[in-house]
Design a protein around this ligand. Sequence first.
Ligand SMILES: NC(=O)c1ccc[n+]([C@@H]2O[C@H](COP(=O)([O-])OP(=O)(O)OC[C@H]3O[C@@H](n4cnc5c(N)ncnc54)[C@H](OP(=O)(O)O)[C@@H]3O)[C@@H](O)[C@H]2O)c1
Length: 311
Amino acid sequence: MKAAVLSQYGDASNFEIKDVKIPEIEEGQILVRSFASSVNPVDTLVRKGKLKLLTGLFGEHIIGSDFAGVVSASSSSRFKPGDEVYGFKNAAAGHAYAEYVVVDEDNAAIKPSNLSFAESASLPLVALTAYQGLTREGKLQAGQHVLINGCTGGVGCMAVQIAKKLRATVTGTCKSAHTLLARELGCDFVIDYEREEIPADGRYDLMLDLAAQLTLSDIEKSLKPEGVLVTTKPPSDGVGEVLSSAIDLLKARMRMYMVDPLTADLDVLRSWVEACDVRPVIMKSFPLELTGEAHAMLEDESVAGKVVIEI
Ligand SMILES: NC(=O)c1ccc[n+]([C@@H]2O[C@H](COP(=O)([O-])OP(=O)(O)OC[C@H]3O[C@@H](n4cnc5c(N)ncnc54)[C@H](OP(=O)(O)O)[C@@H]3O)[C@@H](O)[C@H]2O)c1
């Protein structure tokens, strides 16, 4: 099969298209003929070798998380050959930038019937990050006010739509160039972070920080007394504030989490996509042969939505 192979960690230009052996499945796994993947910030970290204690020190690597394709072989009672599926693999396990991907049955679901494979592959990691952050960690309720910091990135585009689906009031932050998209996605209020501050009047029940640009004192001033900060990365603070961050964690007002590739959550997402409550936002698609350019785009340009890789 064809795969984008990294002969060594490092620059985005290190990807090479090679013919490699189709991987074999074990009990509880499926082999997916994948037609698309996408680029997530974590994939760029894996490419640079920042997670090599998890991804392996030596040898060639096939990386990538999201996939969407057709089951070609199955050792799972949940899926049969011919099923159209989507999902994501833990970024450390990788192997999604390839024609065939081995997936645990718990990390896949039937893909939305109204989306192409490319559109479907743009969703899993970012949409589940948004969904799990807002619901499992943030316990967002209808009528509450949520601030989404970084509302037009991969996760942000999903978080705005999911928060509106959950009938929350949504404020999103983004740069000037993305404010129109933020409104189109459903933000009730948009803060252009290049010109405006986040109101320091304790109005938010939940702050979902996707940019790690807030300081803990900003957060303290903007959250309601019982409000919660949920973050995908630690806030950008110095040593003293990291200490107070630990105290906040103990007070359970701040939660940092890792996304989990769960079938049940992918099923919820599919139902919302099929009901047209949530839609993919794709900035650009690249063929597998240009995987390096796809990575460079996410790293070097101010991307709104997702960069997709078609296989
Ligand atoms: N813990 C987990 O399991 C998990 C899962 C997924 C992602 N993540 C992490 O979550 C973060 C977001 O992921 P992503 O896929 O959405 O990344 P992304 O597509 O690169 O988006 C980054 C977002 O940050 C915004 N941003 C940058 N500077 C900002 C500032 N000063 N104020 C407010 N917003 C700012 C960008 O907005 P503009 O383009 O408008 O500047 C953009 O919306 C990444 O760090 C990623 O590694 C963690």
